[in-house]
Design a protein around this ligand. Structure first.
Ligand code: NAP
Length: 285
């Protein structure tokens, strides 16, 4: 990449950011599409967020991503957020339009694209989502906007599932059922898609469901955890010959959506494949 006096900067704001894959995604695309842009990471602690946003405006940074712990708090510093982000209550992408900072959320869209790309139709489907944090909320809102019939949210506590349920029931036709109960085989028999959005399995070989369960239907199993690539939940699913979707697909897709917001360029399948190869090489799959 030829960085010069006309290069424009985009960035990630988060804490920590040292393990982020976003620079690999975006700098690959900037180079490929011959854009004189550069993506860097800024390690921003919680109490420095406001100053960072002022800095973005002052320096003319074109846009960027927002990650933990700023996805919710950043909204108060933005000039505008889209309807999707308002419903989710969190932003993971922003664009600087002549000093006006606009916020978007590409997490749920990125996840849903990973399902649709595999040829699945979400209309009238029954879906179980494990976890009710920020990622769950953006995925559930996006699923509801795609016309799924019912979302069963399972979480260890009930407050966050209820908040997601309320947001969905007041804005969409999708039904929501919340529970803290342990998952049984009968629960899985009743759904089309199972999605893990808890961090269970991240960096460990723990599984968010009881691995002794033998599913009797042909459900699709998705994990948004991407480290390790093949999580214990996905190993369990593969053992029972179920279709799986890996967390890396959502990670790449949310980045492609953000690239589209900043540049107006819609990435193609070849871009996705190239980025997947970069990722696989980086973790030695
Ligand atoms: P979050 O806001 O902290 O939410 C985590 C959720 O999981 C909460 O509902 C929490 O329950 C539940 N949970 C946490 N630890 C648990 C445990 N030990 N046992 C049972 N439930 C537990 O996190 P997030 O931002 O949604 O992220 C969740 C995971 O998704 C992380 O691993 C993150 O790396 C991954 N992620 C992946 C992508 C991608 O592109 N692939 C994007 C975003 C996030 P309570 O409500 O009771 O606290």
């Amino acid at each position: 990449m030829n960085i010069n006096s006309n290069s424009k900067t985009l960035c990630l704001l988060g804490h920590p950011v040292s393990q982020s894959f976003s620079p690999s995604i975006q700098n690959h695309l900037f180079k490929k599409y011959n854009l004189n842009k550069l993506y860097v990471c800024f390690n921003v602690k919680e109490n420095n967020l406001g100053d960072s946003i002022d800095g973005i405006k002052a320096l003319g940074i074109l846009g960027g991503n927002i990650t933990i712990p700023h996805k919710v708090n950043v909204i108060e510093y933005l000039d505008w957020v889209d309807e999707n982000s308002r419903l989710i209550g969190a932003v993971n992408t922003f664009k600087n339009e002549d000093g006006i900072l606009k916020g978007y959320n590409t997490d749920g869209k990125g996840f849903v694209k990973s399902i649709i790309d595999k040829g699945y139709d979400l209309n009238n489907k029954k879906i179980m989502v494990l976890g009710a944090g920020g990622a769950s909320r953006s995925i559930c809102i996006e699923l509801a906007s795609r016309g799924v019939e019912i979302i069963y949210i399972r979480n260890r506590s009930i407050e966050k599932p209820k908040e997601i349920s309320e947001a969905i029931m007041t804005n969409f036709d999708t039904k929501v059922s919340c529970s803290v109960d342990k998952i049984k085989r009968e629960d899985l028999d009743n759904i089309d898609i199972l999605i893990n959005t808890t961090p269970i399995g991240m960096g460990t070989c723990e599984c968010p469901i009881d691995e002794a369960i033998v599913p009797s239907n042909n459900l699709l199993v998705c994990d948004i955890v991407y480290k390790p690539h093949n999580t214990q939940l996905l190993k369990w699913a593969s053992k029972h010959k179920l279709q799986v979707i890996y967390g890396i697909d959502m990670l790449i897709n949310q980045g492609l959506e953000a690239f589209h917001i900043w540049t107006g360029i819609k990435p193609i399948k070849e871009d996705e494949d190239e980025i997947k190869h970069i990722y696989e090489a980086s973790i030695n799959i």
